[in-house]
Ligand binder design. Structure first.
Ligand code: SF4
Length: 472
């Protein structure tokens, strides 16, 4: 079936390895317009001989699996973000032909601002916008392009002017911007309209190949499953219901007027960027890192407490100190919406090797700053891992027997030094003294990165030293 619809253009893979045992068929429903549009795009890729430099960005939606079909570079984007991904890909690879392929829920709803900004910038990418007036993949909800009166799972009484407003006309909207070069609406409901869509698709790709800038082709396409219309009636349905709201035609075409323009390839280089930004970057200080054979080497660390305890700052200091010491390091924060008092935690990786993933599911080290955090995360620790907790404010003893546990009265020490808020630095001191993973100099050099008030640096140095007295 799919082979009949999609054919075997070189723009497609020979076989579709989406599911074991079924490498002949696409996942699209019978009658779906995506198959026709895919074929037209694949033909163009083959005829223009650009498969080796085409990068296809597929959306969230029914066409999410486009990467199983197009024999080109493929990236699957987060919902609505295909134009941003396409922008980045094109800027990094100016010679690539970058195609963003999106449906109406993806492009016009959650990705509305993304497409607006990309079009307004005139990004030299090609956008194929498949408008079938409904969310297909997620079960038939109303899309911005759903028709007046249309019954969907979220408009069971029909889309109304009063509640949902009129359909969004994307081609008309984007053609008002100065950025785009070519904006056109076509349809795939009969041979004639498919032939016109074929030409439009080719023009849009050529627009990019010739350096003429941004193009978007909106294509009215069938979704018999979402509409709950028989496939034998779908094309009549489209012409009767969609055509009045979405007139076909060219809304903007500046291909003849616009001068070809190609972004220059290449990274200007670190030195050129630093010079341009007038930044001076000191080389990392090489502190001895004789840790390869230590059980504490290359740790994945979680720091957890509540907002306002300096959890994220302590993590950032660790990560920065790791870099100062010539390690690879990563830091990812996570916190609740509250400015004060909500949960806060962060992941830090310090490694002599490149870091594959910055997230930490099973840490080697947990620095726990309050009881809920300790109770929540202690179970995640690997056997043999290290738990350091603030025993001033955590009044229970951890029960795990297969981990190493150090109690640090961090808040009490910080209070003695004049500020509870330095408890985080006391904890860092205990950690580095116990493990030897980082030198105190590396931590001290990193303090100014997170401490806004410079008069706090000396006090934090003292807090670090006090923590180090406990650590061993
Ligand atoms: S739900 Fe609609 S758009 Fe999605 S695959 Fe089926 S027919 Fe095509």
């Amino acid at each position: 079936m799919a082979k009949t619809i999609l054919g075997n253009e070189k723009g497609f893979y020979e076989t579709f390895y989406r599911k074991p045992g079924d490498n002949e068929n696409t996942h699209y429903c019978p009658g779906c317009g995506h198959g026709i549009i895919h074929k037209l795009i694949a033909e163009a890729i083959e005829d223009f001989d650009i498969a080796d430099r085409t990068i296809f960005v597929s959306p969230v939606g029914c066409s999410v699996f486009a990467y199983y079909y197009f024999a080109a570079g493929n990236i699957q984007a987060a919902h609505g973000r295909a134009p941003a991904i396409a922008t980045a890909v094109k800027r990094a690879n100016p010679e690539a032909i970058v195609i963003s392929y999106q449906g109406d829920g993806d492009l016009a709803a959650i990705g509305g601002n993304n497409i607006l900004q990309a079009a307004n910038r005139g990004e030299p990418i090609t956008v194929f916008f498949v408008n079938n007036a409904i969310y297909g993949m997620t079960g038939g909800q109303m899309a911005p392009t759903s028709l007046p009166g249309m019954k969907t799972t979220t408009t069971p009484y029909g889309r109304s002017q009063e509640n949902e407003g009129p359909p969004m006309k994307v081609a008309e909207l984007l053609s008002q911007l100065d950025g785009p070069t070519l904006v056109q609406r076509t349809a795939v409901w009969d041979n004639k309209s498919i032939a016109k869509t074929r030409i439009a698709i080719r023009n849009a790709i050529k627009c990019q190949m010739e350096g003429k800038g941004f193009s978007l082709i909106e294509m009215l396409s069938a979704c018999p499953s979402g509409w709950k219309v028989d496939t034998t009636d779908q094309y009549d349905w489209m012409q009767k219901n969609m055509a009045p709201y979405f007139p076909l035609g060219v809304f903007k075409d500046l291909r003849k007027e616009r001068e070809p323009w190609f972004r220059k390839k290449g990274d200007p280089g670190k030195e050129a960027i630093l010079k341009e930004l007038d930044l001076k970057r000191e080389e990392p200080t090489a502190f001895p890192a004789e840790l390869s054979d230590s059980k504490y080497s290359n740790p994945s660390i979680k720091l957890a407490g509540f907002g306002g305890q300096g959890i994220l700052s302590a993590g950032a200091i660790l990560a920065n100190a790791g870099m100062e010491q010539g390690m690879h390091s990563s830091w990812i924060p996570s916190y609740g919406p509250e400015m004060r008092g909500g949960t806060a935690y962060c992941f830090v990786n310090l490694s002599e090797h490149e870091i594959g993933s910055p997230t930490v599911s099973h840490p080697d080290v947990l620095l726990a700053f309050n009881r809920p955090s300790m109770e929540k995360f202690v179970a995640e620790l690997k056997p043999g891992a290290l738990l350091i907790y603030d025993s001033t404010i955590i009044d229970v003893k951890p029960t795990r027997e297969d981990i190493e546990i150090i109690a640090v009265p961090a808040t009490e020490i910080a209070d003695e030094l004049g500020s509870t808020r330095m408890a985080n630095t006391v904890m860092l001191g205990a950690y580095i003294a116990h493990t030897g993973i980082l030198s105190s100099e590396a931590i001290e050099q990193s303090l100014p990165f997170t401490l806004k008030r410079k008069n706090l640096i000396e006090a934090n140095r003292k807090a670090l030293a006090r923590g180090m007295e406990i650590g061993p």
